[in-house]
Design a protein around this ligand. Sequence first.
Ligand code: FAD
Length: 484
Amino acid sequence: MAIVEVDITIIGAGAAGLSATAEAVKLGARVALVDDNQHPGGQYFRQPAPKNFTFASLASDRDRQRFEILVNALDSPLVDYRPGATVWDIHDPLTIGVADGQRSGRIQSSAIVIAAGARDHVYPFPGWTLPGVITAGGSQNLIKGMGVIPAGPIVVAGNGPLLLVAAASLVSVGAEVAVVVEASNRSWNIVRHAGELIYGGSNLRLAVKYLRTLRKARIPVLRGYGVIAANGGDSLNSVEIAPIDSNGKFIRSQVRQIAAKTMVIGTGLTPSLELPRLLGLEEVSMPLRGGPNVLTNEKMMSSTRGVFVAGDGSSIGGVELSLVEGRIAGINAAVHADITVSKSAKATLTRDFTAHKRLCRFRSGLESVFMTKVDWYDLITPETIICRCEDVTLSELEKYKAKGLTTPLQLKAATRTGMGRCQGRNCLASLAAVTKSGSRDKEPNGEMPRTRPPARPILLSELLHEQLAPPELPEDPHLPRKRE
Ligand SMILES: Cc1cc2nc3c(=O)[nH]c(=O)nc-3n(C[C@H](O)[C@H](O)[C@H](O)COP(=O)(O)OP(=O)(O)OC[C@H]3O[C@@H](n4cnc5c(N)ncnc54)[C@H](O)[C@@H]3O)c2cc1C
């Protein structure tokens, strides 16, 4: 098996991965950039698939220019760019397994930057798996990547800033948005946290633009409401919403029905942790930032030396923070790979250190503005599907709980929850939440199924050429690997 050797491996060609690549290449580092999309850009800079695209890109001139500068770095002979390739394994901290659709190989380097981004944090509720119910991130991908406009009337519901982005995008491409339903209802928080929000810079201008788009189109925005159920058969017919009281509880005596063909639900994002978990990187619980986040220092280095984690894949913070973290990680990864750092890179680091602080303050302000006491898991009924890949409902889980199988690990084994195509990415947090009382955003240590390769689905045929390393199993293969 051929092993490719480079100075730095960067996983993910989104905002963080591209900016890390650009900085590392400027310093003369040999970089392997691996991304499972066919085009660079990740989620924010997602490029349209040219064949079936029907309307003009939503990207602003500023974003088009920024993206062009970032992708120019991929033309450098120092970059081994691998689009459409999946990192499925990290055998040791500095060697990754990459499958490109045909075969799998290994890349070894002196430093790794994991910039794997995030995914929508999905909470189950009655009707959440009906055709027509999509996530806020999914709606953005349909519009930006495929040029597809979801069918109206559309109810956009949930909590957080991505909801506003999704609603404004839908309106901009001519979709029929009936209403935006936002769970938080503390407009005075904007004033109270103005001192932090002021650090948002271009983020603030964008937020105002999105609000103006909604106001101009006369889209009603209901604050302090939430969706409690989606109704329909082969497709979505209506959505039930209810006001939320000051304790975060839904007032079910005041339920309203809204006709809808599409529901866009957004309740935040959560970092993609498959690769950090394969390495056993240290995590920290951040309920407002998608639950478990990867612990990093000011250099974006994780608890394992030489492994840097940047962007939403480390902690949810949006595109501006991802760009800054990518640059910091790219330069520090080069330092780790013994590459001499230029004066201008040092100046970039100093600037970005300050920018990082400012953007983190903005993020805290934003989190306070969108703060809600709602426990979304309260919406689950016995008939609600928890694992959509394997069609497992809460009542089925309860049946096994009654027999004494109480931990997520035991319930996974008994019901196949988390064993389908998504490999638990959508349902393991819900499984953890419904199996315990107390704080639901903290995963119970030692009771969660361990992440194993492949980190993302690949073809068995891709592994035929692999000379697999001998297994190194811990004493109990279900428990996380021991940290160094
Ligand atoms: C579905 C979705 C849509 C979003 N749309 C928007 C939007 O329109 N506007 C907005 O402001 N914010 C959006 N966001 C938020 C967005 O995550 C950030 O603003 C920004 O894109 C983060 O940049 P990043 O580089 O950290 O991650 P990303 O941009 O997500 O890039 C990560 C890249 O890594 C790749 N990757 C991950 N794991 C592997 C692996 N194992 N092997 C190979 N490649 C891998 C991913 O496919 C992706 O291309 C969206 C988030 C999601 C989840």
